[in-house]
Ligand binder design. Structure first.
Ligand code: GDP
Ligand code: MG
Length: 441
C-alpha cells in the first residue's frame, strides 16, 4: 500500500502549507491509533512530537487534504522509525556463522530456528547445523531434531546431561570441522526474565561468539515484549529481532516500541505455525498495519472537516457581499478536488466493487480538469486574481504559457468566474430588494 501511496503522492504537485491546527487535529487520531496498536506510551509521545515538528509548514500536495497529508507524513515517519529498509541477516564472517536465538519460553524460538534454517538451506544453499541448548524443558532437544528431519537440516546429536555452554562449543566445533556455513543455536527460555537465564545466555554468547543474536518476540504480547527486548539488549546485546505471530490480530505496535527502545532492526517475522511461514520484515507494510490505514484516514478526514467548514464559511461571507474573484474560484475548486483526492486514496484500499471503481475513475477525470484550472489560477498575479477584468489578451497568453494550458482554457476559466460573479451580484440584489420591500411595508 505504502509504495502505491508514495508514487501517487509523488506525482501530485504542491499547494499551501500545513498549519499547526491541521497537524494537531490529525495527530489526535493518530495518537489513539498508535495506543490501540499497543505502542508504548513514551514511544507514542516522542513519535507525535517528532511528526509535529516535521509536518507543520510542509507543503500539502495537490489533490490531498491537509489530513491526508499528515497521515502520509505519519506513515513515512513510522516506516523510518521501524527501520528504513529490510535488514538481512549478517552471515559475512569466517564460517561457520553462528546465529543464537534467545527469548522467553513459548515465544517461538524453536519454530523460528527451524524456519530460518529451512530458508537458508533451501533458498541460499547454505549448509546449516542446528543445535538445541534447551536442557530444561523435557524433550525440547528432541523437538528440534524432529523439525530438522522434516526440513532436511542436520541437528547436533544429543548427549544426555550435557550443559548449554558445552553443547554450544561442540556445535561450533562440529560446524567448523565439517564445513557448515551456519550454526543455529536454539537456547532455552524462561516464563519471565530472570538472572539465571541471563547468566546462561551470556555464557553461551561468550563461548559461541555469535554473528547474530536474534531475540524472538511474540507480537501478541505487546508491551511486555518491549521490556523483554530492552533487558536482553542491555544484558546480552542483540543484533536483530524476529517477531512471531504476526499472523494474529496484533497490529504490531510492539515492533515499533522494540525498535525505538533497543535500536535493533526487526529482521524477520513469523506469520504462521508452518515452517515456510517466515517473511522479511518490511517497515512500510507494518507501518500501515500499525496505523490501521483505512480507519485512520477516515478519522483524520473527519478531524480536518471542521477546517474545511471554516473555509466554506469565509467564502459564504464574501458571496453575501456580492463578490466572487478568482481566489474564491480557486478555493471552490480545491474543495471539489478534496473529494477527488479522497477517492484516489479509496481506490487503493481493498474490497472495492467494480461499480465503485468506475465511479472513482470518473471522479479522477474531474480531478484532471480541476488541476488544470488551478494551475491557470496559480499562474496569475495576486492583482489579477482579485481583479480578473484586467486580464486582457496579452496577459491571457502569458498565463496560458505559464500554466502549460491554452488561451482557450484560460478564456473558459475566466468565463466561469464571470458567470459566478454575475450570479453573486444577482443574489446580492435580490437580497437588497427583499430588504427594500421589507422597508416599504
Ligand atoms: P519456544 O518455546 O520459544 O521454542 O517456542 P516454540 O517454537 O516451541 O513455539 C511455541 C508455539 O508457537 C508453537 O505452537 C508454534 O507452532 C507457535 N508459533 C511459533 N511461531 C509462530 C508464528 O509465527 N505464528 C503462529 N501462529 N504460531 C507460531
Ligand atoms: Mg523451544
Amino acid at each position: 500500500l505504502q509504495d502505491r501511496l508514495g508514487s501517487v503522492f509523488d506525482k501530485l504537485k504542491r499547494r499551501g502549507a500545513l498549519s499547526e491546527a491541521d497537524v494537531t487535529a490529525a495527530l489526535r487520531e493518530v495518537r489513539v491509533a498508535l495506543l490501540e496498536a499497543d505502542v508504548a506510551l513514551p514511544v507514542v509521545k516522542d513519535f507525535i512530537e517528532k511528526v509535529k515538528v516535521e509536518a507543520v509548514g510542509q507543503d500539502v500536495l495537490k489533490s490531498v487534504t491537509p489530513g491526508q497529508m499528515v497521515v502520509k507524513i505519519v506513515n513515512d515517519q513510522l516506516s523510518e522509525m521501524l527501520g528504513a529498509d529490510h535488514v538481512a541477516l549478517n552471515l559475512q564472517v569466517t564460517p561457520p556463522a553462528v546465529i543464537m536465538m534467545v527469548g522467553l519460553q513459548g515465544s517461538g524460538k524453536t519454530t523460528s530456528t527451524a524456519k530460518i534454517s529451512k530458508r537458508l538451506s533451501e533458498k541460499e544453499r547454505k549448509k546449516v547445523l542446528m543445535a538445541s541448548l534447551d536442557v530444561r524443558r523435557p524433550a525440547a532437544q528432541e523437538q528440534l531434531a524432529v523439525l530438522g528431519a522434516q526440513i532436511g537440516v542436520r541437528t547436533l546429536n544429543i548427549v544426555p546431561g550435557e550443559q548449554p555452554v558445552a553443547i554450544a562449543k561442540r556445535a561450533v566445533q562440529t560446524g567448523a570441522l565439517e564445513g557448515f556455513d551456519v550454526v543455529m543455536l536454539d537456547t532455552a527460555g524462561r516464563l519471565a526474565i530472570d538472572e539465571e537465564l541471563m547468566a546462561e545466555v551470556a555464557s553461551v554468547r561468550d563461548a559461541a561468539k555469535p554473528a547474530e543474536t536474534l531475540l524472538v518476540a511474540d507480537a501478541m504480547t505487546g508491551q511486555d515484549a518491549v521490556n523483554v527486548a530492552d533487558t536482553f539488549n542491555q544484558k546480552i546485546g542483540l543484533s536483530g529481532i524476529v517477531m512471531t505471530r504476526m499472523d494474529g490480530d496484533a497490529r504490531g505496535g510492539a515492533a515499533l516500541s522494540m525498535r525505538a527502545v533497543t535500536g535493533c532492526p526487526i529482521k524477520l517475522i513469523g506469520v504462521g505455525e508452518k515452517l515456510d511461514e517466515l517473511e522479511d520484515f518490511h517497515p512500510s507494510r507494518v507501518a500501515s498495519r500499525i496505523l490501521g490505514m483505512g480507519d485512520v484516514v477516515s478519522l483524520v478526514e473527519k478531524a480536518a472537516e471542521s477546517f474545511e467548514e471554516e473555509e466554506a464559511a469565509k467564502l459564504a461571507e464574501k458571496m453575501k457581499k456580492g463578490k466572487f474573484d478568482l481566489n474564491d474560484l480557486a478555493s471552490q475548486l480545491k474543495q471539489m478536488q478534496k473529494m477527488g483526492g479522497m477517492s484516489s486514496l479509496l481506490n487503493m484500499l481493498p474490497g472495492m466493487n467494480s461499480a465503485q471503481m468506475k465511479k472513482l475513475k470518473d471522479a479522477k477525470i474531474d480531478d484532471k480538469i480541476i488541476n488544470r484550472q488551478l494551475a491557470i489560477i496559480s499562474s496569475m498575479t495576486p492583482h489579477e486574481r482579485e481583479k480578473p477584468e484586467v486580464i486582457k489578451a496579452k496577459r491571457r497568453t502569458r498565463i496560458a504559457n505559464g500554466s502549460g494550458t491554452s488561451v482557450q482554457d484560460v478564456n473558459k476559466l475566466l468565463k466561469q468566474q464571470q458567470e459566478a460573479a454575475r450570479m453573486m451580484k444577482k443574489v446580492q440584489k435580490m437580497g437588497k430588494k427583499g430588504m427594500m420591500r421589507g422597508g416599504l411595508q
